[in-house]
Ligand binder design. Sequence first.
Ligand code: ATP
Length: 310
Amino acid sequence: MTAPSPDDRDAVLDLADVRRTFGTHVALDGVHLRVRAGESLGLLGPNGAGKTTLLSLVTGLRRPDTGTVRLFGGSPRDPSTRAALGVTPQATSLPQALRVREVVALVAGHYPDPVPTPDLLDRFGLTRVADAQCGGLSGGQQRRLLVALALVGRPRLVVLDEPTTGLDLDARDVLWRELAGYHARGGTLLVTSHYLPDIETLTERLAVLVEGRLVADGPIGEIRGLARIARVRLRSDASEALLHDLPGVVEVVAADGPGARGTARSWEIRTRDGDATVRELASRGIPFADLDVRPAALEDAVRHLTGDPR
Ligand SMILES: Nc1ncnc2c1ncn2[C@@H]1O[C@H](COP(=O)(O)OP(=O)(O)OP(=O)(O)O)[C@@H](O)[C@H]1O
């Protein structure tokens, strides 16, 4: 038997050539993914890409058809392996008649060194509702409680599926602040989200799933570079067709309403080569003003990678 490499020893999670089908539908295929201790990985992909299926393999709810999933070096199906895993329970599994502080204490009782209940409630902004019954919580309060429960046992890895969907901005901020704190203290995170700015602030690495396959995996900056899309904004009386004809341009959108003939309009141009686009604009003597060139927002990069034409 060969000795494990340092990489293997560091791996908190290791998926090797994983395939999972549902009947004839292939939900995951040929997925290799390794998450090391202290990493924060964002898993992105369009609806139906296989994100939830992947998380269900990591949390031991399902098995792969072929390939292997190792969690902390063991099987995620083994309850003792899952003891160091933080997951949010299903909202429906919250005992409706128990008070918030009772539920936290109940879950904390399963761990050797839990976060003290008052601390956890305070950090998640739940102190005010500590004596409320779970059944009476608002949707946002309930979601905050569920994520708090994922952190109560000081897990080595926290896995969250779309944790901020449906949350208001305050609740979202509380949640991201707590997850960022957990990560800053050395915790490992695997988070799926459709809200890309969240991923940008919370995760350093991005894996993109499309139709069950990982199409990209790397540092966020690198993924953005993969898409190589820049946004050029300017005002010009040039026609849409003329702007479209510039080198590198993939899309031209009028950023204001229809302008009167001959008046300058605001345009947003998506281009694979911002420099070449602007150089050509200038060399053709096309008048323009208010030029603003920026790298693609992460949304654009991922849309480009996932083939979403929006
Ligand atoms: N229990 C199941 N039975 C049959 N098909 C399933 C089952 N679970 C998932 N699928 C299918 O597998 C594919 C991947 O689904 P999954 O829920 O993992 O995607 P997702 O990326 O999480 O999507 P979303 O962003 O919409 O939550 C989808 O086509 C889905 O319809």
